[in-house]
Design a protein around this ligand. Structure first.
Ligand SMILES: C[S@@+](CC[C@H](N)C(=O)[O-])C[C@H]1O[C@@H](n2cnc3c(N)ncnc32)[C@H](O)[C@@H]1O
Length: 248
């Protein structure tokens, strides 16, 4: 695959996780960001560990298929690796990352990758949705919405989450996170995220969930969400949790 002209946050995360699916432009952007902020690998290892715990918790409820938005690079403990028995459709809007994902998953009959704009469910290929998320709209599914809220403004995020609520069957579970105001203390790093990047306080985020009801764990610093052991000592950069789609 030709080197892309622009970096992607998803492939920068792959670099920080020690993966193999990124390009020189991603590594340069990752190094520049660390120059302005500090080491990122521990933060993203902790965030990926949260993804694993959240996905396993959804699978433990008997959920057998997942729809992933802003899926990024499907390796290094991403959804289908955390829930190896499940069927998983990853979606993203970045064509380079989608092509990478399709190459990585080419041999899989359980997990696939396609275009999908989280803000417009109609952009997902119905054949892929039917194949990898067979219960969509009829039985509970897992919806993974991680690393994405920061790129959507409040009205768009609220509308998107409400449309997902309407489209999913009762009992479906949403794994979601948001970026805290951590980068406010690092203006040069914040500037690198671009003008569309959104940080939120817990108070500002909570109403955007709309009818999705957080589990009793709450939406908390990801290191403290059902930790397997002592929570990792990392900056408080991401909060997340699970929310339930109740009965109508
Ligand atoms: C920070 S990365 C997170 C990737 C992955 N979820 C992870 O945790 O490693 C954000 C991803 O969201 C994608 N993205 C941005 N806007 C999107 C949208 N409207 N719909 C779907 N994906 C989007 C980007 O292309 C990028 O791959």
């Amino acid at each position: 695959m030709d080197d892309p002209a622009a970096p992607s946050t998803a492939r920068m995360i792959d670099f920080w996780l020690g993966g193999e699916h990124h390009f020189p432009v991603d590594v340069a952007a990752a190094h520049a960001f660390e120059g302005a902020y500090g080491p990122c690998a521990p933060v993203f290892r902790d965030l990926r560990a949260f993804l694993g715990r959240a996905v396993r918790a959804i699978a433990a409820q008997g959920v057998e298929s997942f729809l992933v938005f802003g899926g990024g690079v499907p390796t290094m403990g991403n959804v289908h690796e955390a829930a190896p028995e499940a069927r998983v459709l990853y979606t993203d809007v970045d064509p380079v990352t989608i092509r990478l994902g399709q190459q990585i998953l080419a041999g899989s009959d359980r997990a696939g990758y396609g275009f999908g704009d989280a803000t417009d469910l109609g952009t997902i290929d119905p054949a892929q949705l039917h194949r990898f998320v067979p219960g969509w709209g009829r039985s509970p599914v897992g919806v993974v919405f991680l690393g994405l809220a920061a790129f959507l403004d409040d009205p768009t995020l609220a509308r998107t989450l409400d449309e997902l609520y309407q489209a999913t069957a009762p009992g479906s579970l949403l794994a979601i996170d948001f970026d805290t105001e951590e980068l406010a203390g690092w203006p040069a790093a914040l500037a690198m995220m671009g003008p569309a990047f959104r940080m939120r306080s817990p108070t500002a985020f909570r109403p955007l969930l709309g009818r999705w009801t957080p589990t009793a764990d709450g939406i908390v610093p990801v290191a403290t969400w059902r930790p397997d052991g002592p929570p990792a000592e990392v900056p408080d950069a991401f909060h997340g949790g699970l929310a339930v789609r109740a009965d109508d």
